[in-house]
Ligand binder design. Structure first.
Ligand code: CP
Ligand code: NVA
Length: 338
């Protein structure tokens, strides 16, 4: 039986360094097969519950389509469809769902919710984003970097913006585990939590990754091969004014890209987990932009549309990375050596 079997993935540290790297390669392998229309039914007849307390486009679609292609049956359980969050506890919900489904995906606010689901359901649980972590973003992000550069170790990722959110914390730890040099470039009040940095530093000792936490753009961006960011105000927050004041200098724009020194040598890509505020085409965007006199926020439209942008490959890779994670933890057969 494979070593992943029955595992819950609630944060990056639930995987060993080897396991994380394996899932990156397995995701790319399954992507290559999918491109040839080869979909092995590794999860035939498995029932998978998809709980969404927060909104989602990519994660919901990636879990659903990946499950379908693996032969499983995904069932969407949004916060308006089920009793959880209104009149039933996580513990009771977990016991019921665990008796009917073979695995559960959870996206929501508290990390303690996804942990309680894993504790009481008795089936593998996958974290599709909480306030604290976003592990099903990290695996596809590393896949996207690897498919562009052919390798991971020795590359440098620079993340600009809110360095304390779920995506930043997951990326920091994930890069450290994969041996990727990583800089979190944020104002001091939004730099990674001390306990997360400590976890990342522990892995970095093992893998040789260099970690830089800085408020200085030039230091953070120097030699970066990947520049990435995330929204300044995450789901559940509403502090636009404070964040805009703090984070405007950390916008991913052409000046920031130029600081990498890689504008002209083919050694630079830009990622964004999406959704992104890069133009005026969203309702929230319009309201906030007008109020604060902006036309774009964490990433300029010029960068978003540029030759460096790989954010839509990154989004597509969510599906294949999630497929790898589901197949590995719920499939009964040996997983292939890649
Ligand atoms: N990147 C990401 O998790 O996107 P969704 O919020 O659309 O799922
Ligand atoms: N930090 C963002 C990520 C969205 C995918 C949020 O939590 O809203």
């Amino acid at each position: 039986q494979n070593q992943f079997y029955g595992k819950s993935i609630l944060k990056e540290t639930d995987l060993s360094v080897n396991e994380l790297n394996y899932l990156v390669d397995y995701g790319l392998h399954l992507k290559r097969l999918a491109k040839q229309n080869i979909h092995t039914k590794l999860l035939a007849d498995k029932n998978i519950a998809l709980i969404f307390e927060k909104n989602s486009t990519r994660t919901m679609s990636a879990f659903t389509t990946a499950a379908n292609e693996l032969g499983a049956h995904p069932v969407f359980l949004g916060k308006d469809e089920i009793h959880l969050f209104h009149k039933e506890s996580i513990e009771d919900t977990a016991k019921v769902l665990g008796s009917m489904y073979d695995a559960i995906e959870f996206r929501g606010f508290r990390q303690s919710s996804v942990e309680a689901l894993a504790k009481y359901s008795g089936v593998p649980v996958w974290n599709g984003l909480t306030d604290d972590w976003h592990p099903t973003q990290t695996i596809p992000d590393l896949m996207t970097i690897k498919e562009n550069f052919g390798h991971l170790s020795g590359l440098k990722v620079a993340y600009l913006g809110d360095g304390r959110n779920n995506v930043a914390h997951s990326l920091l730890v994930g890069c450290a585990m994969a041996g990727v040099n990583v800089a979190i470039v944020s104002p001091e009040s939004l730099q990674p939590a001390a306990e997360v940095l400590e976890i990342a530093q522990g892995y970095a000792k093992e893998t040789g990754a260099e970690i830089t936490i800085t408020s200085d753009l030039a230091t953070g961006l120097k030699d970066a091969n990947v520049v990435t960011t995330d929204v300044w105000v995450s789901m559940g927050e509403d502090n636009w004014k404070e964040r805009i004041d703090l984070l405007l200098p950390y916008q991913v724009n052409m000046n920031a890209l130029a600081m990498t020194g890689h504008l002209d040598d083919g050694q630079l890509i830009v990622l964004h987990c999406l959704p992104a505020f890069h133009d005026l085409r969203t309702e929230v965007g319009k309201e906030v932009y007008v109020k604060y006199g902006l036309k774009e926020m964490e990433i300029t439209d010029e960068v978003f549309q540029s030759q460096y942008g790989r954010q839509f490959d990154e989004a597509e890779n969510r599906k294949h990375g999630i497929k790898a994670m589901m197949a590995a933890t719920l499939g009964t057969q040996f997983i292939p050596k890649i």
